[in-house]
Design a binder for this molecule. Structure first.
Ligand code: DC
Length: 217
């Protein structure tokens, strides 16, 4: 598919920030597919049926990229912060292993593509949803580095955090994501693998920018 860039990788690898930067810089649409699983969890907790959830995500949710922040609006209410909670993350993780849920989200994800082009981040963007993307990136970093980044992020938000338990959480989520049967977390055969353990966000961005220029310009 022309004009599609996929960014897959484990949690806290920095793929969301990279995707938002690229979307902003190159004027592309953005799909944060993790947010769709989180929205599924948000409505599932409210006992909405799967079919209805898919229709709500399709018709009643607005995604607004403001510089490098992606806002999620439901009935004009900004629910971005709620979607980032641990409770939602846990339910989203459980739902993401169900075929019915993945199937319902497939078309919704594909519909984010239009003539503006798209940058899509998640776990299976390059392997399943946009198999035909022109540029695929698999962004990773060691679990210690990812835990440290998450630690600083949570601390900045004023949340209590404990480093050993963060590392354990990240490693158990990695194991679940990469060992599940459906759409496991894996780099596509034609993905560019970036290990950002020793790189800053700026370095990752400028390396990616050079890949984009080589591929598209
Ligand atoms: O990236 P995230 O933490 O917002 O993702 C939330 C959950 O959704 C996480 O458990 C992984 C899952 N997910 C998935 O299975 N496939 C995707 N393309 C994106 C996220």
């Amino acid at each position: 598919m022309i004009n599609v860039i996929t960014i897959d990788g484990p949690s806290a690898s920095g793929k969301g920030a990279l995707a938002r930067n690229i979307a902003h810089q190159f004027g592309l649409n953005i799909l944060d597919s993790g947010v769709l699983y989180r929205l599924f969890a948000y409505f599932d907790i409210l006992n909405v049926s799967y079919e209805e959830i898919a229709s709500k995500i399709d018709n009643e949710i607005n995604f607004k990229l403001e510089k490098d922040i992606l806002k999620i609006l439901f009935q004009d209410k900004d629910i971005s912060f709620e979607l980032r909670s641990e409770e939602i993350a846990k339910v989203a993780s459980k739902l993401s292993s169900k075929k019915e849920v993945r199937d319902l989200l497939y078309d919704i994800q594909r519909n984010f593509y239009n003539s503006n082009g798209l940058v899509a981040d998640g776990r299976d963007m390059g392997t399943v949803v946009f198999k035909d993307a022109k540029l695929k990136i698999f962004l990773t970093a060691s679990s210690k580095v990812r835990a440290k980044r998450r630690y600083l992020e949570l601390q900045n938000r004023g949340q209590e955090v404990n480093m050993p338990s963060l590392i354990a959480d990240i490693e158990s989520r990695d194991l679940k994501d990469s060992s599940r049967k459906l759409s496991p977390l894996l780099p596509a055969d034609d993905a560019n693998i970036i290990d950002s353990s020793d790189m800053s966000l700026e370095e990752v961005f400028s390396f990616t920018e050079s890949l984009i220029k080589k591929e598209f310009i």
